[in-house]
Design a protein around this ligand. Structure first.
Ligand SMILES: Cc1cc2nc3c(=O)[nH]c(=O)nc-3n(C[C@H](O)[C@H](O)[C@H](O)COP(=O)(O)O)c2cc1C
Length: 362
C-alpha cells in the first residue's frame, strides 16, 4: 500500500500532475473477464468536464482515455490495468506566480513547498490539482462494471450551492441529474444555483456546496469492521477529493441533536422483507450496510482561486505582496464533483464486495 493508493482487493494507485504529461491510474485486482469499454469510460470522463454555459474554467478538458495495459479484446486480463489521459489545453504562463514563489491563500502551495523542499511541481497545483481525479473517475467506471452482478447503482447530485439547497431526492428522481448544468435534478433549483454561480463569478469570487450520494437498496454486510468499516473507507475516499471539508452519513451531525427515540430506524416487515421506517443511519450500521440505501453528504469549500487581489507571501523571497490570479479556474466545482464522488463510491463498494466475498476475486 502506498500513500497514493486506495483499496486493497481492488487497489488503485493515482499518478500524474496538472501540467505534466498525463494523469491516470493503475488498478490491481480487476477480476479477469470484466468488460472494459473505453467508450463508457470516456462518457464518465465527459461528466467531469467543466460546463460550457457556466464557463467556470477556461481550460478545455477534452479528456480521452488511453488504456496501456491489462485489457485484451475488451476484457480485463487480470494483470495490472494502467490508463492515462494526456494533459492538453493548459497554459503554463498563468502559473509564473507559482514558479516565482507566490503561494495562493487557501490552496496547497505553501505546505507543499515546505514539505517537498521546493521540488514539487507547482504548475496548476501539480499533484494538488483536481486534474488527478481523472484517474479516480476511470477507476469508478471500472468498479461500476465489477459491481454489475450485485446490481448496485450509485447516483450523486448537487444538494446545495452556496445558500441554495434543493429538497432530498430518491434515486428514481435523482437519476436525471446530468440533464442539468449544476447536476441538481430540479429545474427550479438548477436555475437558482446557476444564478448564484454566475453572480459569484461576476464578483470574481468562488462558491462552495454539497454533493449528496444515494443508492438503491444494498446487500446487507458490505464493509469490513472495524478499521475498514464502510463509513471509514468511504470517508477516506471522499476526503481525498480536493476541497472536501466534511462528510456525513444519513442524519449525520443532525443526529447528535436528536434523542434515540427520534433517531432509531424502526425495523418492520414489508412483504416479508426486513426494512426500516426511516433511514437516519444512511444505510450503515456497525460499519456495514444494513440493506437500506446509502445516504452520504459531502461538503466542499469554495475553491481558493478567486479573481480578487489577495495579500500573500513569496516563500522564495520571504516577502509580502499582492497576488492577482489569471485564467483557468472554476468559480464553483460542485457540479464537476458529482461524478468524482460517484466514482469513488463505486470503487469503495467494489473493493468491499471483493474483500467481503460478495464477488469472487480473480
Ligand atoms: C472538480 C474540482 C476542481 C477544482 N478546481 C479548482 C480551481 O480551479 N481552483 C482552486 O483553487 N481549487 C480548485 N479545486 C480545489 C483544490 O484542488 C484544493 O482546494 C486544493 O488542492 C487544496 O486542498 P484542500 O482544499 O482539500 O485542502 C478543485 C476541486 C475540485 C473537486
Amino acid at each position: 500500500l502506498s500513500d497514493n493508493s486506495l483499496g486493497r482487493s481492488l487497489l488503485m494507485v493515482s499518478f500524474g500532475e496538472s501540467h505534466g504529461e498525463a494523469v491516470g491510474v493503475l488498478i490491481e485486482g480487476i477480476p479477469a473477464g470484466t468488460e472494459i469499454d473505453e467508450k463508457r469510460i470516456n462518457e464518465w470522463l465527459a461528466r467531469r468536464k467543466p460546463s460550457t454555459s457556466l464557463a467556470s474554467t477556461k481550460r478545455k478538458e477534452d479528456d480521452t482515455v488511453e488504456i496501456l495495459s491489462g485489457v485484451y479484446r475488451g476484457k480485463a486480463t487480470g494483470a495490472p490495468f494502467v490508463a492515462i489521459v494526456r494533459n492538453k489545453g493548459y497554459v503554463d504562463d498563468f502559473y509564473s506566480f507559482a514558479e516565482e514563489g507566490w503561494v495562493r491563500p487557501g490552496h496547497a502551495d505553501y505546505p507543499a513547498y515546505i514539505k517537498y523542499k521546493g521540488f514539487n511541481d507547482p504548475r496548476g497545483g501539480g499533484r494538488f490539482s483536481a486534474r488527478i481525479t481523472v484517474g479516480f473517475v476511470i477507476a469508478g467506471a471500472v468498479a461500476e462494471e465489477i459491481l454489475k452482478p450485485l446490481r448496485i447503482e450509485v447516483v450523486g447530485y448537487t444538494k446545495s450551492i452556496g445558500p441554495v439547497e434543493c429538497p432530498d431526492f430518491d434515486i428514481d428522481n435523482a437519476r436525471k441529474r446530468y440533464e442539468f448544468e449544476t447536476r441538481c435534478p430540479s429545474a427550479e433549483h438548477d436555475a437558482l444555483m446557476q444564478e448564484e454561480i454566475l453572480k459569484a463569478k461576476r464578483e470574481g469570487d468562488s462558491l462552495g456546496g454539497t454533493v449528496r450520494i444515494i443508492t438503491g437498496k444494498l446487500p446487507v454486510g458490505l464493509g469490513q469492521p472495524v478499521f475498514s468499516s464502510l463509513d471509514s473507507e468511504l470517508a477516506k475516499a471522499y476526503f481525498s477529493i480536493p476541497a472536501v471539508k466534511g462528510v456525513e452519513f444519513g442524519a449525520g451531525f443532525r443526529a447528535s441533536k436528536l434523542r434515540g427515540s427520534q433517531n432509531n430506524d424502526i425495523y418492520v416487515l414489508s412483504n416479508n422483507e426486513i426494512t426500516t421506517l426511516t433511514n437516519n443511519a444512511g444505510g450503515i450500521l456497525g460499519g456495514m450496510t444494513n440493506g437500506q440505501p446509502l445516504i452520504a453528504t459531502i461538503a466542499f469549500k469554495p475553491v481558493s482561486s478567486i479573481y480578487r487581489p489577495q495579500r500573500t507571501v513569496n516563500v522564495k523571497k520571504i516577502e509580502e505582496g499582492i497576488l492577482q490570479l489569471k485564467g483557468m479556474h472554476d468559480a464553483c466545482v460542485i457540479p464537476r464533483a458529482v461524478p468524482i464522488a460517484e466514482a469513488l463510491t463505486y470503487f469503495v463498494f467494489a473493493d468491499m464486495a471483493l474483500r467481503g466475498g460478495f464477488i469472487n476475486e480473480r
